[in-house]
Ligand binder design. Sequence first.
Ligand code: PXG
Length: 465
Amino acid sequence: MATRNHNIAELRALDVAHHLAPHQDHGMMRDIGGARIITGAEGCYIQDGEGVRLLDGMAGLWCVQVGYGREELARAAYDQMTELAYYNAFFKTAAPSTIELAAKVSSLLGEPFSHVFFNNSGSEAVDTLIRIARFYWQLKGEPQRNTIIGRVNGYHGSTLGGVSAGGMKAMHDQGGPFVPGFEHVMQPYAYNERRDDESEHDFAARAADAVEQRILQIGPQNVAAFLGEPVQGAGGVIIPPEGYWPRIEAICRKYGILLACDEVICGFGRLGSWFGFQHYGVTPDLVSMAKGLSSGYLPISAVGVSSAIVETLRGAGGDFVHGFTYSGHPTCAAVALKNIEILEREDLVNRTASVSGPHLAKAMRDLAHHPLVGETRSLGLIGAVEIVENKATRRRFGGVEGKVGAVVRDLCIANGLMVRAVRDSIVMSPPLVISRAEIDQMVGIIRRSLDEATPVLRERFAEAA
Ligand code: PXG
């Protein structure tokens, strides 16, 4: 991993002086003297300015599907930039790579998706999706159909539309008022919310029926769409129970409501299928995607739009007055195309379904025996470890959720693994190129970190009790 020489101390000082990091406690960043400087990455490993290597259990931020250091992707960007770095798609113009990517993504989505709309980020994709859904109903002569139902702890981004659609309380508490017309129903979080006397099947039905109940409360004639991540990512890797998604789909169809899947994390192989909705066997009308579309090498996102919606837009005539300077950016599109070519050539989606996903699942099942682990769950290459004080009663440390994930995460990082904490869980989403040995290393570090955390947490929370 060759990296240039950097003055790390100076960079950290400049970071404190000038950089406000996203989703961060800015006072804390000042107090700790600035960020850890990440200077290079190769395969599944990142390296910091002190030369420390970390296995990247998060694939950056759930996005680097093909791993780091792919020269092919750099070359695709270079070739496109020297030929046509940028042009827009507003003036009845478009670049070859933009069109080729639209065709490629449409074919991966399959029927009924005929078209895609490009944006730069996942948040923008969600905003585009919201505007298309609401505009569609305006064109259908039902402008009052504008409510969008999302879920508690859903994450749909940081733009005003994304925050409004998302169900993150901490985000709703800051910088409002937000966009009206959003409702949130329970998440299908079996570990926390399934009753002891409830079967998996009954829990799936209860969680899905919460959508129907809300539709009836609001009035079906007022609901534009249901929007959900196939597996909630930032909300804690919430893998829904079997039957949940087909039941949601049936409810949407029953009331003529659009079904929208936010595939920003699940898309491009994460669950072992190209898209999460394909894994769950449902067919949405709108799909947002980002992250794995370019493996994070350049920012680009897209919304897949069903042919029925496209025909409504076309039939109505007139402009859909929405879009971004960089919608369909030729260089980002060229890199995304090359990224998809790599995913196909290396068969990374099938490998996730049949080799690495099952390997992770087995390692996670073994980890579930650990005294601090309430549950492990994974699907493809996304997973979570629930940390509890008492396995049998599911009691959390200190009696409330949210106190210990960061403790175990920090131990994982100290032990050489980058992972994320969500409340009292450790979540992971490694590059799809991760080897079986690296999966063992990842889960081994989590186990060791849980071992190290055990006396610390037992003592800390015994004193508090
Ligand atoms: N939808 C989903 C499902 C996401 O996971 C977005 C939309 C927004 O994408 P952009 O590109 O605008 O960030 C996301 C992003 C975390 C974390 O802490 C997760 C995301 C972003 C930042 C932090 O897990 N997901």
